[in-house]
Design a protein around this ligand. Structure first.
Ligand code: ADP
Length: 190
């Protein structure tokens, strides 16, 4: 079983590339952002809580996010492999994910980071905001906040996997299909 963490700042292209990787490798795709948005759409208690953080560009608290991820993960115990997208976003989440997988006799195969310069991210997110309907993409201040939170709280997660020899970087700048090919080649070597 391959368990991949797809990593990168907001706007790096994780969602776009996930769709391709799911098709190619048959992963179960667990995107915490998508799960929160679906809870917001269905007006659940979790959705209301998550929205109050997401609209400000802040992270949803670890305890809430970890419990949710664990519950989603356990629904797919017979999966061939998982693609984690937008999770883990803090060191505490990374440790929790290791514990969840270890209990079931599994582990993370690799974290693959899509690397994109900050200036390019803001442009992409504002552009996405024109059509995505996501309030967090429509406001330049919220975008700046998300990129800042990424550098402060999420970037250390890269070090966490790097220390285990599991971090692999890919350039997230270029055509969608070239980036997809690099990802595919990287995953095939795992
Ligand atoms: P992006 O990568 O473009 O920021 P996501 O859909 O991954 O988009 O995340 C949107 C928002 O959802 C984040 O800004 C954050 O508020 C919340 N969120 C998503 N994943 C997590 C997580 N693992 N931990 C805490 N908050 C999260």
């Amino acid at each position: 079983m391959k368990n991949i963490v797809l990593f990168g700042p907001p706007g790096a292209g994780k969602g776009t590339q996930s769709a391709f990787l799911v098709e190619k490798f048959g992963f179960v795709h667990l995107s915490t952002g998508d799960i929160f948005r679906s809870n917001i759409k269905n007006a659940t208690e979790l959705g209301t809580l998550a929205k109050s953080y997401m609209d400000q560009g802040k992270l949803v608290p670890d305890s809430v996010t970890i419990d949710m991820l664990k519950s989603e993960w356990s629904k797919h115990s017979h999966a061939m492999g998982f693609l984690f997208d937008g999770f883990p976003r803090t060191k505490a989440q990374a440790e929790a994910l290791d514990d969840i997988l270890e209990e079931a006799g599994h582990q993370i195969s690799a974290m693959i980071g899509l690397e994109v310069p900050d200036a390019e991210l803001s442009i992409r997110l504002l552009e996405r905001g024109k059509t995505s309907g996501r309030p967090d993409d429509a406001n330049p201040q919220v975008i700046a906040q998300r990129v800042a939170v990424y550098h402060k709280e999420t970037a250390p997660v890269q070090d966490y996997y790097q220390a285990q020899g599991k971090y692999k970087a890919i350039s997230g700048v270029g055509s969608i299909s070239d980036i997809a090919t690099s990802l595919e080649q990287t995953i095939q070597t795992l």
